[in-house]
Design a binder for this molecule. Structure first.
Ligand code: UD1
Ligand code: MG
Length: 454
């Protein structure tokens, strides 16, 4: 928000539907888009739109949805609708939670994860320009089950007819209702009290407030959004479609902001992925939540990152896995088949091949040889491994935590390091090599003789 809204703003987010078409034990609105629950996306959009009070209407059938709302917004932000008798009935269920509120109420759906504050901004503009109710609509090439917008002179909305109640002529209309609307709180709840359920579904329709308002001589206006922004999710197929739309949008935003991606359609972003201008992302990279990548870093092909920070100029992959708490320092290299978890890697340090670095630190300029492993877990507890600055960990070393390798020290290849290593020392923890001269030739001769060959 750039300027403070002149009228107070509240949001009512509908989340009481059963979401049966998802055919999932997880409540619909807790399904994820870009690693974040649809419910949280809806709350984010309302927050970003400047709504200081947010009420989520939940059903009795999904305690997990209620719990998520309480955890994020507090008990006062929950309104129970039981049983669910339609969208109008659902909004009315929020009346108590908004008692005493004076101002604009924005109604949105928790199953519309692509809606943003920018999508609803035109509704606030219409209200400021004198509309009593502002409805967010969209043009659809396939209007199917959506409510149709019946527009009058000058683009004023006269009523909304639900697909099931529409006649053939009305069903041919391509201007659809997104379900999102904005109205003055007092007006909205007053109109809802008059809505009946004499319709095809026997439900109390939120959309009926439009016809009632127009009948009272009030003005109802429409702002048009892109179909993508207001798409609702009712099934797993629609969830995947919403994910695709979200990804397409975020990739484009990042590229506009200066991120290079040669195959953006293969890069999967989380809702909160932060990538600075000047970063290059190669094909087939997956970002889980909580990743920050700083300028000049290169994420090579086939990497998986979550909860990680990649600092300026670092080189990651190909085929690297950064898990939560991985903090890769400036110009450090994490190469193929290297997994890093809860390790701070210093500037310019390198772990280029086939390693597991878990729980600890790697000092600046250290080199972790191929196949080195931080043995951090004994089946019960996790322990720390610290590798000092410029230390050189020989290939296939097993560093058995808790253990510290001092700055500038070496470990011999194949060592099992179970005790701390002093700075600048060499530690070797492996059996000394034994040589038996001529053994192999004698062995071969004996075997061949036994089989009657020469
Ligand atoms: C609704 C609109 C329709 C619009 C479409 C856009 C009405 C009557 N119709 O239809 O004009 O084109 O959305 O997607 O409003 N919900 C509750 N409690 C209820 C019923 C629904 O909380 O009793 C919630 C649902 O969880 C969902 C939202 O409200 O998030 C919309 O309900 P849904 O049944 O999907 O409405 P549609 O028939 O799609
Ligand atoms: Mg729907």
């Amino acid at each position: 928000m750039t300027s403070k809204p002149t009228r107070a703003r509240a949001a009512v987010i509908l989340a009481a539907g059963r979401g049966e078409r998802m055919r999932s034990p997880t409540p619909k609105v807790l399904h994820l888009i870009a690693g974040r629950a649809m419910l949280d996306h809806a709350i984010d959009a309302a927050r970003d739109a400047g709504c200081e009070r947010i009420v989520v209407v939940v059903g009795d059938h999904s305690p997990a949805v209620r719990a998520r709302v309480v955890a994020r917004l507090g008990e006062a932000s929950v309104a129970l609708q039981d049983p669910p008798l339609g969208t109008g009935h659902a909004v009315l269920a929020a009346k108590g939670a908004l008692a005493g509120f004076v101002g604009n109420v924005l109604v949105t759906y928790a199953d519309g994860p692509l809606l943003t504050a920018a999508s609803v901004a035109p509704l606030f503009d219409l209200r400021a320009a004198g509309a009593d109710i502002a409805v967010l609509g969209f043009e659809s090439g396939d209007p199917g089950g959506y409510g149709r917008l019946i527009l009058g002179a000058g683009g004023a909305l006269t009523r909304i007819v639900e697909a099931k109640d529409a006649n053939t002529e009305e069903r041919a209309i391509t201007a659809c209702n997104s379900g999102v609307l904005l109205a003055d709180a007092g007006l909205l709840f007053g109109l809802l009290a008059r809505v009946g359920a004499a319709n095809a579904k026997g439900e109390y329709y939120l959309t009926d407030v439009v016809g009632l308002a127009v009948g009272d001589g009030r003005s109802v206006r429409v702002a048009l959004a892109d179909e993508d922004e207001v798409a609702g999710v009712n099934s797993q197929v629609e969830l995947a479609a919403a994910e695709r739309a979200f990804q397409t949008r975020r990739r484009a935003e990042l590229m506009v902001a200066g991120v290079t991606m040669s195959a953006p359609e293969t890069v999967y972003l989380a809702w909160d992925t932060r990538i600075a201008a000047g970063v290059t992302i190669e094909p087939h990279v997956v970002f889980g939540p909580g990743v920050t990548v700083e300028a000049g870093a290169v994420i090579r092909a086939f990497c998986h990152l979550e909860g990680a920070t990649v600092r300026e100029g670092a080189l990651i992959g190909p085929y690297a896995r950064l898990r939560p708490g991985a903090d890769i320092g400036p110009a450090a290299h994490i190469g193929n088949f290297v997994e890093v978890k809860k390790v701070k890697v210093g500037a310019g340090a390198k772990a280029n091949h086939l390693s597991y670095l878990g729980d600890g630190t790697v000092g600046a300029g250290a080199n972790i040889g191929a196949g080195a492993i931080f043995c951090n877990y004994d089946g019960f507890d996790k322990f720390q491994t610290h590798v000092g600055a410029r230390a050189f960990i020989g290939s296939n070393s097993a560093l058995v935590a808790p253990v510290t390798v001092g700055a500038g020290a070496y470990t011999g290849s194949g060592s099992v390091i179970t005790a701390d290593v002093s700075p600048d020392a060499l530690a070797i923890g492996r059996g000394p090599q034994v040589e038996k001269a001529g053994w192999a030739a004698a062995f071969r001769a004996r075997k061949l003789a036994a089989k009657g060959k020469s």
